[in-house]
Write a protein of this length. Structure first.
Length: 201
């Protein structure tokens, strides 16, 4: 159901002007995608720390954490996954609009959902940097830091990405990190190099 009788109320300060007034760069969203245990949360957290130490206002929105609160009423059906991503796209856009670097780490398995998140940002003129945390499913399964693959194989978790639910690989991510070949620090370096090369820091 969508609301009627509502009108967008424009503020007095544009996105770029807000950044100038705060003596910062305008914000953006760094969108991690990848299998469970691919390293999204680990790299996102290291990246956030790195950026904060550089004086950049970075803020992480993490899959599991958001499901404790904002999205606690959502499960893992295709519809709920889509709604999960839709809300995160909206929230990350708000953070980015407020001159932060929003860093999201959600499996976000569907290409169409990621495309919607990207479009939402593009329409607002906010850069969207998709980072593919790529790892063979066998490696993710060996890591299994939360024991989820084991549960999924035992049939205790239904619709588990990579086991019993699909993961649609990004075709043209801005950054592609291979977490079975590079260290956490190297992945952070690779992302920061992209941001610097594109004048986003
Ligand atoms: N190069 C690497 N990059 C990221 N994580 C790695 C790497 N090598 C090993 N790991 C481990 O893999 C696991 C990834 O888990 P996590 O970051 O929670 O994944 P996700 O958020 O994608 O589900 C962690 O236990 C992490 O320590
Ligand atoms: Mg995670």
């Amino acid at each position: 159901m969508s609301s009627s009788n509502i009108t967008w109320h424009e503020g007095q300060v544009s996105r770029v002007e807000r950044a100038q007034l705060l003596n910062r760069k305008p914000g953006l969203t760094i969108w991690f995608t990848g299998l469970s245990a691919s390293g999204k949360s680990t790299i996102a957290s290291a990246l956030e720390q790195h950026l904060l130490h550089r004086g950049v206002s970075a803020y992480r929105l993490d899959g599991d954490n958001i499901r404790f609160g904002l999205n606690k009423n959502l499960g893992f059906s295709p519809e709920d996954r889509t709604e999960n991503i839709r809300r995160i796209a909206e929230v990350s856009k708000l953070f980015a609009d407020a001159t932060n670097i929003a860093i999201t780490s959600f499996i976000s398995p569907y290409r169409s959902d990621r495309a919607s998140a990207r479009q939402l940002h593009q329409e607002a003129g906010i850069p969207f940097v998709e980072v593919f945390a790529d790892v063979p499913v066998e490696v993710a399964e060996q890591r299994d830091p939360k024991g989820l693959y084991q549960k999924a194989r035992a049939g205790e978790i239904k619709e588990f990405t990579g086991v019993s639910a699909p993961y649609e690989v990004p075709e043209t991510p801005e950054v592609h990190v291979h977490t079975d070949r590079s260290t956490i620090a190297q992945a952070v370096e690779q992302i920061v190099a992209y941001l610097e090369a594109n004048n986003l820091l």
